[in-house]
Design a protein around this ligand. Structure first.
Ligand code: SF4
Length: 357
C-alpha cells in the first residue's frame, strides 16, 4: 500500500483575503527553529520511506533550498518518490528553483489562481500575472517537468473570458496538472466579514465549474477528481493517497494524518509545535462513510467490492437511488461500482446525504 508524508510550512508573505489555512503572514523566510522542530518529529517517529512527500502550506517556497534539502534528506523518500513543493510566484527566482530541484523536489505546485491583475489584487494575492508567467518559465529552466497550477473560479465579477485567459497562461507555461477550485467563503477570513459584492450566485458558479471542466478536457487536461485535471500520467500521486484512504503522515501545526485507519492531527499552534509541546491527537477513525465520500470525488468512482472488502459495507439498498442518479445524468453505474459525472460532483453532498442515510 502506498504511503505519503505531508510537511506543513505555516508561513506566508501576506495573508490572502479568502484563506483559512493555518499560516502566519508577514514572513519572508522560514525560521530555522521551525525546520528543527519538523526534523525532531521526523526523528522521533522515524516513518517508513514514503512513496510521496508533499510540502504544503502556507508557502513552502519560503524555505531556503538548504532547508528543503535537510528535510528531504531526513525523510529519505524512496528513489522514485514524487516530491512536491507548493510555490508562490512572488517568492522564487530561477536560482532558488534550481536549488529546490537540486535538493530533490521533482514536482512544483504553483499558486497562480487567475490571469486577471484586478482579481489578484482583490484576493489579496501579492504577485502579478507577469510573475506567474515568469515562474512557470523558470520552473522549466530549473528542470521541473511536472508542474501543477491552481485556478480559482467564480471570483467577484467572474467571466468565462477570465477563465480562458488563465487556462491560456497555464498552457503556454507548460503545466501538466491543474487544480481548479470554486472560491469558497470560509469563516474567520476577511472575505467572510466583508465579501465581494459581485460574487456569482450558486447557479452561475455551477455554470463556471461545468464550463471549466469542458475547457480543461478540450485542452487535454483530463478530470480525475472533482477539482483536479491532468495530462496523461501526471495525476498527483500524493493527493490520490488521501482520496484512496491510503496511509499518510502529516507533520506540522494543523497537519492531519491517517495511519492504519486512525486519524490524527496536530493542534493549530505554531509556537507550541516549535516548543515541542503539541503532539498528534487522535481525531477519529476512517469509516466506510469516509471511504464512499472520498472515492466519489474521483472520476474512477467507488468499487462496491472494495467497500465490501475494506469495511464489510454494502450499498445494495441504495441501488434504486443510484439508478435514479444515472437516469438524471448525475452518475454512471458499472457492474461493480458507481462514479459521479461533473453534474453529480456539483451536488455531491446531497447525493452523499441520501447514500449514507
Ligand atoms: S499564500 Fe496560500 S496559504 Fe498563504 S495566505 Fe495565501 S492562500 Fe493562504
Amino acid at each position: 500500500m502506498p504511503f505519503g508524508i505531508y510537511i506543513h510550512i505555516p508561513y506566508c508573505m501576506s495573508k490572502c483575503r479568502y484563506c483559512d489555512f493555518h499560516s502566519q503572514g508577514a514572513s519572508r523566510t522560514v525560521p530555522d527553529e521551525y525546520v528543527q522542530a519538523v526534523l525532531r518529529q521526523i526523528a522521533a517517529f522515524s516513518p517508513a520511506r514514503p512513496d510521496t512527500l508533499y510540502f504544503g502550506g502556507g508557502t513552502p517556497s519560503l524555505l531556503s533550498p538548504q532547508q528543503l534539502c535537510q528535510l528531504i534528506d531526513a525523510v529519505d523518500p524512496l528513489s522514485d518518490a514524487e516530491i512536491t513543493l507548493e510555490a508562490n510566484p512572488e517568492t522564487v527566482d530561477l536560482a532558488k528553483l534550481q536549488g529546490f530541484r537540486a535538493a530533490g523536489a521533482n514536482r512544483l505546485s504553483v499558486g497562480i489562481q487567475t490571469a486577471s491583475e484586478q482579481s489578484l489584487r482583490r484576493l489579496g494575492r501579492v504577485h502579478t500575472v507577469q510573475q506567474s508567467r515568469q515562474v512557470l518559465q523558470f520552473a522549466h529552466q530549473a528542470g521541473f517537468s511536472n508542474i501543477s497550477g491552481d485556478i480559482m473560479l467564480a471570483l467577484g465579477g467572474y467571466t468565462t473570458q477570465e477563465f480562458d485567459q488563465t487556462l491560456q497562461l497555464m498552457k503556454e507555461g507548460g503545466v501538466s496538472h491543474i487544480s481548479s477550485y470554486l472560491l469558497k467563503i470560509e469563516p474567520n477570513t476577511p472575505f467572510f466579514s466583508n465579501p465581494p459584492t459581485d460574487l456569482p450566485d450558486e447557479d452561475a458558479a455551477a455554470e463556471f465549474y461545468l464550463y471549466s471542466v469542458e475547457q480543461l478536457e478540450q485542452a487535454g487536461y483530463k478530470q480525475y477528481e472533482i477539482s483536479n485535471f491532468s495530462l496523461p500520467q501526471k495525476e498527483s500521486r500524493h493527493n490520490l493517497l488521501y482520496w484512496n484512504c491510503d496511509d499518510y503522515l502529516g507533520i506540522g501545526p494543523a497537519a492531519h494524518s491517517c495511519m492504519n485507519g486512525i486519524r490524527y492531527a496536530f493542534g493549530r499552534d505554531t509556537s507550541a509545535f516549535i516548543e515541542g509541546s503539541s503532539d498528534w491527537e487522535q481525531t477519529g477513525v476512517c469509516s466506510a462513510e469516509d471511504f464512499v465520500m472520498l472515492q466519489l470525488r474521483l472520476n474512477s468512482g467507488l468499487r462496491f467490492s472494495q467497500l465490501e472488502q475494506r469495511f464489510g459495507a454494502s450499498l445494495t439498498k441504495k441501488m434504486p437511488f443510484l439508478r435514479q442518479c444515472q437516469q438524471h445524468g448525475l452518475a454512471v453505474l458499472s457492474d461493480d461500482g458507481v462514479a459521479l459525472t461533473p453534474q453529480g460532483m456539483l451536488i455531491q453532498n446531497t447525493i452523499l446525504c441520501e447514500l449514507l442515510d
